[in-house]
Structures are given as structure tokens and as C-alpha cells.
Design a protein around this ligand. Structure first.
Ligand code: PLP
Length: 369
């Protein structure tokens, strides 16, 4: 049997390149607390993402949770359940109430036609999620937020390096949070960042990520510890050198998947969005059993039998997670529910071979009845 294929494989720089990047740490003994690597990485990211300000965190979740905390939001936050648990947890852990908006059936991001109907006098913010490398309707979200006096914080964990109309995706809304987790398009082992153009917000999140400390004898906020260390920053610096090449290779794999699966009845593929430069983070396929003749779960099992581990991103919906049992009504987001029960994300990473893509597609097509 061939080697196992997982949905993703973490990108790593050549070993020697990483060793070269961390060598000086053995002289300086500066391992964390916003050292030179942290600053070098931060500057490189500001440049690459085309954003005004960027603050680093130990992971993407803490970037999001602390950004929401720093904004002193109250009441309700409009978001989507078609996401990783992190998005909803970040809202709930801030004592805020998530109000779930349904998603668009074609690009899987928040359905902007349904946002205004959910706004109440308690609504303070919108937390939309860019999914799979698809970007939300940022213009319409901006219009709704301005009209209603709401903050917008994007969960941009899936859209590192994406642009909309040539502008970095991190420039939209009041803030955008990225994840540099090992499984993402770009990684610093673990890591995350918030991009914004608000120096006051930057000051507050930096304090919150370091116990609320202002100086050695002054602790102003009830903060936590979410600092990025120097080894992670060094990994990020190395991986950033190869990011454009990696995104290009991902694009080629997506093209090959499309070639095989585009015309297969009963399969809905991830869309190609106008004015968007994608990062090809994931390749989701929606299986309509009534037409294709085989369910998502059956396809997943057929692939697993051959050592290919596709994933059901995002299933279950966050408004159906065990920890939220009885708290939300998933019937209010029927499109998200439809997608969640039928979606399978196929293996996708820069070193995935064309032969493997062909094999994955052959197995999928052989499920057709
Ligand atoms: C990965 C991810 C996060 C959390 O990022 P971490 O770096 O793992 O903490 C948040 N939201 C979405 C949509 C993600 O995919």
C-alpha cells in the first residue's frame, strides 16, 4: 500500500536554514519576551501582508480572544457557525453572546443578506470568518458595520497572503486575526497575529498578552500570557521566504483537482472568487448524495481505506458542539448545516504529488453511482 496521505503536511525550511536563524540565540540567551527575532518577524509580516500594524501572539486563538477583549465589547456578536471552534470560543470566553448568521451557499462565508436582520440594540460587533482561502464580502460588511456603529474583527486564520482588489486581506475591518499553526498555509510552529490600524488597540493587546504589565512595577490589566517565543519567530522568518512559492504550488494542485472533479454531477467545488488572490488553503468538495449517489461519509471511508485522510471541515458546526448543547438553535443556520453534513476537504499541501491528486480523484469518482 502507498504511504498515508493526510489533509495537510506542515511546511518546514531546510534544517540548516533554521539552524542558521537560531544560532545567535546561543549567544544572546534571549529566548522569549519580544526579543530580536520577534521584531524581525513582525516587520517582515507587516511588509508581506501590506498592513499598517501587526502584533504577534503564541497562537491564532489568543490573537482573536485578546483582540475582542481589548475592544471592551458588550452584549451580542454576530458570527457564523461554519468555522473552527476557536472563533465561537473566543466570543464566549469574553462573556459575549454569539448570534449565528447563516453562510452563503456558494463561498461559505457569512451571508451578508442576513446580517442586518440579526442586529439588535445589544449588538456590538461582527466576527466574520474568511474560510478555505475564500474572502468574505468585505465591502458589504463594512457598509453594514458603519451604518450600525459596529466593530468588525475578521477571523482570517485561513487567508494568510490573500488579497482583495490587490489589498492585503488584513487591512479590512477594525482588526484581522491570522493563525500560524503548523497545519496552516504558513506556520511558525504555533503562532498568530492581529493586524489593525489602531495604535490604542495595539497597546492594549500587547499588554493583555503579557499579564497586563506596563513596566516592572506597574500591572494595569488582568492579562494573560500569550507571547510568541524566539524559536517560533525564527521558524516564521524562514517559512516566510518560501511562502509565494508554496502558494503557487498549492494553486497548481487545486487546478489539477478541478480538472478531474469540475464536471462531475453532484459535486460542488470551492469557487474561484472575483478580485481575490487566493492562498488555496483548502480544497473543499460538497457531496450531494441525491445526484452523486454516494454520501460524504461513504467517500471519506473509501479514501481512508486507501490510507487517504480527508477531513470534514467544518463538521460539526460550532453551534452544535457538545459544550454548547441546548444553547443555540442550529436550525437557524440551515445552509451552514447543509454544507457541514456534506463537505469533505481533500488533501492539499505544496509537496503533494500530481500522481497522488490523480489517485484521490480516481477513488472519489469510483464512488459515483
Ligand atoms: C486554526 C484556526 C484558528 C485558531 O488558530 P490557532 O493558531 O490554532 O490557535 C481560528 N480560526 C480558524 C478558522 C482556524 O482555522
Amino acid at each position: 500500500m502507498s504511504e498515508k496521505i493526510f489533509v495537510t503536511q506542515s511546511t518546514m525550511p531546510p534544517f540548516e536554514e533554521y539552524v542558521e536563524e537560531i544560532r545567535e540565540l546561543w549567544n544572546t540567551h534571549l529566548l522569549t519576551n519580544m526579543g530580536p527575532k520577534h521584531e524581525k518577524f513582525r516587520k517582515a509580516l507587516i511588509n508581506y501582508l501590506g498592513v499598517e500594524n501587526l502584533d504577534l501572539f503564541t497562537n491564532g486563538h489568543m490573537a482573536l480572544e485578546l483582540t475582542l477583549q481589548a475592544m471592551n465589547l458588550q452584549g451580542e456578536v454576530i458570527t457564523t457557525p461554519f468555522t473552527f471552534s476557536s472563533t465561537t470560543h473566543a466570543i464566549v470566553r469574553n462573556g459575549l453572546e454569539p448570534v449565528f448568521c447563516d453562510v452563503d451557499p456558494t463561498d461559505f462565508t457569512i451571508d451578508v443578506r442576513k446580517i442586518e436582520g440579526l442586529i439588535t440594540d445589544r449588538t456590538s460587533a461582527i466576527v466574520p470568518v474568511h474560510v478555505y482561502g475564500n474572502v468574505c464580502n468585505v465591502e458589504e460588511i463594512n457598509r453594514i458595520a458603519e451604518k450600525n456603529g459596529l466593530k468588525v474583527v475578521y477571523d482570517a486564520a485561513h487567508t494568510f497572503g490573500c488579497t482583495y482588489k490587490g489589498k492585503g486581506i488584513g487591512t479590512f475591518g477594525n482588526a484581522s486575526c491570522f493563525s500560524f499553526h503548523a497545519t496552516k498555509v504558513f506556520n511558525s510552529i504555533e503562532g498568530g497575529a492581529v493586524c489593525h490600524n489602531d495604535s490604542e488597540l495595539g497597546y492594549r493587546v500587547n499588554q493583555l498578552k503579557n499579564f497586563g504589565i506596563r513596566d516592572a512595577e506597574t500591572v494595569l490589566g488582568i492579562g494573560t500570557n500569550a507571547k510568541m517565543n524566539e524559536f517560533c519567530a525564527a521558524m516564521g522568518i524562514c517559512n516566510l521566504r518560501d511562502i509565494d512559492n508554496n502558494i503557487m504550488l498549492r494553486g497548481k494542485i487545486v487546478q489539477r483537482y478541478r480538472k478531474h472533479l469540475d464536471k462531475v454531477p453532484g459535486l460542488q467545488l470551492n469557487p474561484i472568487q472575483m478580485n481575490v488572490k487566493s492562498n488555496y488553503a483548502y480544497f473543499p468538495v460538497i457531496f450531494d448524495e441525491k445526484i452523486f449517489g454516494c454520501s460524504r461519509n461513504e467517500v471519506a471511508a473509501a479514501l481512508a481505506k486507501e490510507g487517504i485522510y480527508a477531513r470534514k471541515y467544518f463538521y460539526p458546526l460550532t453551534n452544535m458542539l457538545d459544550c454548547y448543547k441546548g444553547r443555540f438553535d442550529p436550525e437557524k443556520t440551515p445552509v451552514a448545516r447543509y454544507l457541514s453534513e456534506r463537505v469533505l476537504t481533500l488533501p492539499l499541501y505544496p509537496t503533494l504529488s500530481e500522481a497522488d491528486v490523480d489517485r484521490v480523484c480516481r477513488i472519489i469518482i469510483s464512488c459515483k453511482k
